[in-house]
Write a protein that binds this ligand. Sequence first.
Ligand SMILES: Cc1cc2nc3c(=O)[nH]c(=O)nc-3n(C[C@H](O)[C@H](O)[C@H](O)COP(=O)(O)OP(=O)(O)OC[C@H]3O[C@@H](n4cnc5c(N)ncnc54)[C@H](O)[C@@H]3O)c2cc1C
Length: 490
Amino acid sequence: MALISGQQYIDRINELKPEIWIDGEQVSGKLSEHPALKGIIKSKAKLYDIQKDPDHIDHMSFTTHSGEQAGMAFLPPRTKEDLERRRIAIRTWAKSCGGLMGRSPDYLNTILMTFTQSAELLKSQDPTFCQNMINLYEKAVTHDLSFTHTFVHPQVNRGRLQLEWADKQVAAHITRKTNDGIIIRGARLLATQGGLTDEIIVFPQGGISEPSVGNGFSLPANTPGLRFIARESFDYGKSQFDHPLGSRFDELDSIVVFDDVLVPWENIFFYENLELSQEIYDKSSFFQHTVHQVVNRCIVKTEFILGTIQLMIHTINIGGYDHVQEKVSDIIIALEAMKAFVLSSEIQAEIDRWGTMTPAKEPLLAALTYYAKIYPTFNEIIQILGASGLVSIPGENDFNSPIRQDLDLYLQGANANAEDRVKIFRLAWDLSMSAFGTRQSLYEQYFFGGPLSLSKRLYLGYYRDEQIQWVKEFLSIEDEVEDDEKDEDS
Ligand SMILES: Cc1cc2nc3c(=O)[nH]c(=O)nc-3n(C[C@H](O)[C@H](O)[C@H](O)COP(=O)(O)OP(=O)(O)OC[C@H]3O[C@@H](n4cnc5c(N)ncnc54)[C@H](O)[C@@H]3O)c2cc1C
């Protein structure tokens, strides 16, 4: 089958009937008609239609060994040109949603591609586990599957080295092994789009010390006992005029509960394995390829934000003020920096031990860390520049009511009529102030571990021996001095 249409995605997700709970009720009926889900499902379906569109199919897909077209995110890059092809495809999808969908299918499909490239690692526990990963990849390519994932243990007690799972059994862990597979009970922190994808990939958090939580597997979203408990939807059923973003792109984050879920052996990549729990991240090129997707999406998102801010400025004619220009230039710097990080990672790309052309890690880690820190300032800039305009935003019903004349007169902008001005400011509000907008900010800061842990990773992982040596030579400092200091320190 390979590339699916948007309608095929919708039909498939409606047939799955995963267990999703929203606002105290289990979702029943078609997911695509549920008020909290229909907006995001429609937007996701559009991605699949773009992929098949004759104007896009050549740069959104590649030809597999069996001669089928498959989504570009599944392509294991072998050359720098392949990285460029992946970049173009990622940005094309991101453009259709302003970069506001963190879980467009290319994110997890990229992750699956990287884990499959390094599937040899899984042989250390069992050769069939390696094959399980390859089988999943091939199934995903053939059926154009989409995935969500859950990697992190619940936020019960971050104050101890030994997290609470050991005694309270909160985190999803193995309770039994049977002839059919392993039984999992407990919870995982989050899965964005939980229940809205064909499958969920479950991998352990890095750095764990408890074997019962050291499991990697994938499950269909409708597996018995698998439960998605969603947060309040930020799609409040409003029109696209009123909530231009929440009505389209709210991905819904869900807690994932495993209520004695049977994971068949053929779905398992490893289990009770502390070594592989770390190696799958350290020895694969998971980080580089995944973050290459992320940073490209963030570039498109920054362009969308820049366009929105500039429209706001033009509408009320504040572009002549120095501080306004300074703030916009901060966004431009962020945009250009992110573009440069990606290009730098591609120029320095090398073939990894699995034969995959892999972008350089350092610029991508710098980009991810930088964006997690800079993103909240975008919201701040929108608020500073929009000021009261961000709350003087009557809704669509107001424009269709007898007070329309008031709105037309009093809400006009220097360079826009009232309706267009409100549309622009509503978009700025939904980007920066609404529940949808503030969740976007939280997402960009935390979805990959948080600004602090990213900075720490950069500090600990960045190679800088040459620079240290250079400065030592400049100061005529002998190597022994450092050794002496080390001895004193220890
Ligand atoms: C919107 C959103 C969507 C997400 N989607 C997904 C998803 O689809 N799949 C998925 O697997 N995960 C997802 N995540 C989870 C994400 O990976 C985690 O939020 C991230 O790893 C941080 O973990 P935490 O939220 O448990 O924060 P915590 O680790 O609990 O941190 C809370 C605070 O405590 C501090 N802290 C905690 N421990 C330490 C320490 N040892 N030293 C110093 N400070 C510490 C942190 O710096 C932070 O300020 C999502 C998160 C968000 C916000």
